[in-house]
Ligand binder design. Structure first.
Ligand SMILES: Cc1cc2nc3c(=O)[nH]c(=O)nc-3n(C[C@H](O)[C@H](O)[C@H](O)COP(=O)(O)OP(=O)(O)OC[C@H]3O[C@@H](n4cnc5c(N)ncnc54)[C@H](O)[C@@H]3O)c2cc1C
Length: 443
């Protein structure tokens, strides 16, 4: 039976990141991927804090050549009156001003191919049906054979092979959301770097994304409580079309664009595993956990945990006695990222106050650059960011009791005409917010 240092289940961003780094470190590594790439996947908007890992992986050239650069985002309220743009360059202690908007079929294929080029053995159309552990390592069952490895990284995404086997997966009852999404063509874009922004529209009980991809493709989706969709008894396509038609701000964003893909759906995507490491295994990316797509943190966490898992295993393979400490440190680091986003996401969904504060005139003490940094994937280990984020949460809490920032209905204004062009909408909605450029100067 073949024996490897590390076997990786799943060839998405988490698995490919770990595979490339381990292979480069001279470890024998095998990636077992269930599907044949390229394949459709959701998760198209990347964060700038992944760029250092992409650099370490040697992927910067390939990213530049193949994908749309992304310089920030815009969050608008559905009433059509207020929107705030933020640019990564203005984030607190920003290290880079950009990341990428990626068509995942191509991005994932590029990353997996890169792992192969760097020396990992990669098998597509090779699902892992079970993993058994013993004191020397593990045995992975494939369709026609078994292989052995000293360690396994489960990077099988939401399928979570090990989390499911050991019943570690816990979902968040208050985050039972559903997403419907599709690709469009012909959606008008702003000029300059504003054409690269992820644009979000927040309604009373849902939010929409508009993500510009290459070749005139645009990813558009809506996220809402799963119960609302069930109650409607509509098919996903009908529900999606209706949701878009009910929001003038979204209709305006889409303009003459037309849908060119089926409507896809995903549900119950927020969960976490109780343990992220065992004696012989580590969980990475979505297989470890995922906290709602609202802040586009999924691929960031996948790449972050893939990198940390590779580093922990590389060291454990040389110094077996350090394994427990290394794995505990890995678990803490990945849980910390999920904790940061869980708090941010909870704040976003618990009432209108997050968006009211976010779209309010400039906050003091450089809170805006700190929020901007977290939106870019700076998980706030630095005190300077942590206290500013605490201040932001405090304002949001106070806003629940007192009106510190203007209240928003988050409902489309039926009396106000829908701006007929993107440029008109731009003028109508670009009111100064927390991210007013005046508040974005660094210290
Ligand atoms: C609605 C929605 C919108 C999102 N938007 C964003 C976004 O804008 N930006 C962002 O960063 N993230 C986003 N995400 C999250 C993002 O999709 C994931 O976090 C990311 O893909 C995780 O990468 P991964 O490598 O962990 O898992 P995946 O990319 O899912 O890869 C896992 C791989 O494992 C394979 N696999 C599964 N089971 C097995 C098995 N038994 N054997 C072998 N292989 C197996 C699968 O085929 C798959 O290729 C979004 C998620 C949702 C639900």
């Amino acid at each position: 039976m073949d024996e490897y240092d590390v076997a990786i289940i799943g060839g998405g961003p988490a698995g490919s990141t770990a595979a490339t780094l381990l292979a480069r470190a001279g470890r024998s590594v095998i990636v077992l991927e269930r599907d044949k790439f390229p394949r459709f996947h959701i998760g198209e908007s990347l964060l700038p804090f992944s760029m250092s890992t992409f650099k370490r992986l040697g992927l910067l050239e390939k990213l530049r050549a193949g994908f749309v650069e992304k310089f920030g985002g815009e969050i608008a309220e559905a009433g059509g009156e207020k929107a705030a743009k933020f640019y990564f360059k203005d984030g607190f202690e920003a290290r880079t001003d950009r990341s990428y908007q990626v068509t995942r079929a191509e991005f994932d294929q590029m990353m997996l191919e890169h792992a192969r080029e760097n020396g990992a053995e990669v098998y597509e159309e090779t699902p892992v049906s079970d993993v058994a552990f013993d004191e020397n390592g593990c045995e992975l069952r494939l369709n026609d054979r078994s292989i052995r490895a000293k360690y396994v990284i489960d990077a099988s995404g939401r399928n979570a092979v090990i989390g499911t086997k050991f019943k570690l997966k816990k979902s968040y009852p208050h985050l039972k959301k559903l997403a419907l999404f599709a690709h469009f063509e012909g959606v008008a874009r702003a000029s300059g770097i504003d054409a690269t922004l992820t644009r979000m529209v927040r309604t009373l009980d849902s939010w929409f994304w508009v993500i510009p991809l290459k070749d005139d493709r645009t990813s558009i989706g809506v996220v809402l409580d799963a119960t609302e969709f069930k109650k409607s008894k509509l098919a996903p396509e009908e529900f999606f079309e209706r949701a878009l038609s009910q929001q003038p701000t979204m209709r305006d964003r889409i303009g003459n664009g037309r849908r060119v893909s089926p409507v896809y759906s995903a549900a119950d995507f927020s969960y976490r595993n109780e343990k992220l490491a065992g004696e012989r295994w580590l969980l990475a990316g979505d297989a470890a956990g995922f906290i709602d797509p609202v802040f586009s943190s999924g691929v960031f966490l996948a790449v972050f945990s893939g990198e940390k898992a590779a580093d922990a295993l590389d060291e454990a393979l040389t110094h077996a006695a350090r394994r427990r400490r290394l794995f505990a440190r890995y678990e803490r680091a990945v849980n910390h990222v999920m904790d940061v986003y869980l708090r941010f996401v909870d704040c976003w969904y618990s009432g209108k106050e997050f968006i009211e504060v976010f779209l309010a005139p400039s906050a003091p003490f450089q809170v805006a650059p700190a929020v901007n940094a977290v939106l870019g994937g700076n998980i706030g280990n630095r005190f300077a960011i942590r206290w500013r984020m605490e201040f932001f949460y405090l304002i949001v809490r106070l806003q629940r009791r007192w009106t510190l920032c203007p209240r928003l209905s988050l409902k489309p204004k039926s009396s106000s005409p829908t701006p007929s062009s993107n440029a008109e909408a731009e003028r109508a909605t670009h009111a100064a917010g927390l991210f007013d450029s005046a508040s974005l100067r660094s210290e």
